[in-house]
Design a protein around this ligand. Sequence first.
Ligand code: HAM
Length: 416
Amino acid sequence: MELRKIKGFADILPPESILYNRIEETAKKVFALYMYQNIRVPIMEYTTLFTRGIGISTDIVQKEMFTMVDRKGRSITLRPEATAGIARAYIESGIAGIVKAYTIGPMFRYERPQKGRMRQFHQINCECIGSDSPVLDAEMITMLMHYIRELGIEDVSLFLNTLGCTACRPQYKKALIAYIEDTCREDLCETCQERLYTNPLRILDCKVPQCVAATQNIPTITEYICSECSEHFAVVQSMLRVFGISYTLEPRLVRGLDYYIRTTFEVVSNHIGAQSSLAGGGRYDGLIHTLGGKDVSAVGFACGVERLVLLMDTPTIPRVAYYIAPLCDEALVCAHAMATTLRSLGVVAECAYEVQSIKQALRYAGKHAQYCVLLGEDEIRNSMYSVKNLHTGVQEQYDKDTFIAFVQQSFHGMLE
Ligand code: HAM
C-alpha cells in the first residue's frame, strides 16, 4: 500500500513553514510585553480531563475526540484544545498567585476537513489564571488584537458577549427552552431539537438557515444576567474603549465549550470563507474547581494558526548571503572551511558538496544567493577568493583576511 498521510493531517513545508515560524515568533514577542511565560503541556491526557473540562454534551466531546485505549486499558485522548490541560497542570503543580501562560502546539479534532479546518491543527493559546477582574478580560482581548495587528492581519471583527454565571444563566436557559417550546421547536434542525434540553445555548449559534430564521426573536442573555455579571460586562466594555479596541456586541455568541462564564469573545475574518473564526476565548472561572482545584478565576483565548496563515502572504525563501562553489577537488575543503568561518561570524553561508562548473555554480547562486564565492585552481594556488555580487554582477578577488573584512563590513547589521 502506498504510504500517505492521514486525512485532515498536513505536512507543513517551506515556504509555508516560514509563516508558522513568524506566527510563533510574533506571539512570543507580543506576549512577553504582557509578561506571559511559555509553558508546554502534554498532547495526550486522560479522557476524563476533557469530558469533565470541556463538557460531556459539547460537539468536541461527543463527536470530535481522538480517543484510544492505552496498554493498561485506560482511555486517553489527543488534546482537542489546551485550556483543560493547562488547568490540570496548574492544579497539579500547586502554583499560587496569578499565572500568565502561553502555549503553542498541535490540537486534534475529528471534524470534516475543509479550508481552514484540519483534524490536526495548531493553536496559539494564552491563559491567565488567578484574577476575576474584568480589567483582565479587557487586557486579554487587547493582547489578542495587538497580536493579530502585529502579524499584519487587517479587516477583522471582534465580537463580544457575556454568558452570565452559574447564578443567572439557569434562568436564561429556562427562558430559552420555554420560548422554543412555545414558538419554534418543530422548525429546528434535528441536532438542535436534540440539544434543546442538554445544551440549549448552542442553538443560538447553529448556522443551519432554518434554525437561524426560527430563532430570530429569541430572548437574549442580556435580559437575564444578574447585577454582578452586568457590572462585570460593563467594566470589560469600558476598559476596551480605554484601550482603543472596537467591538460588536453579539448576544448569540455562545462558543462550543462548556466552561465559559461571563465574558466570551471571538475574532472573525471576512476573507477566509466558512471557517472564519480566527480566535476565540473567554472567562472560565469554574473550570479549575470542576477539575478538583481551588475556586480560581481565569480567562484565555486560542488563535487558529492555519487560519492566520490563510490571511498572510506566502513568503519567498530568503537568499543565502554567500554561496561558496568549489570548482576543483582541491577547493572542497577550503570552501567548506570558509563556510564554517562565515557562519561563526553570524553570516548565512551555503557550500556545494561536490565540485561544480562555473556555469552550474552561477546558475544556482543566481537564484538563491546574494554573493557567489568561486574557488577554482587559480584561487587555491594564489590563496584568493573570487567573489561575485549577484545583484550588480561585479566580481572581485580577495585574500582571506580582506574577504572576511569585506563580509564583516557588508553584513555589519547582522553581526551586531
Ligand atoms: P475554540 O474556539 O474551540 O477555542 O478554538 C480556538 C480557535 O482554534 C478557533 O477560533 C479556530 O481559529 C481554531 N480552530 C478550532 N478548530 C479548528 C480546526 N479543526 N482546524 C483549524 N483551526 C481550528 C478553544 O480551543 C479554547 N480552548 C480557547 C480558550 C483558551 N478559551 C479560554 N482559553
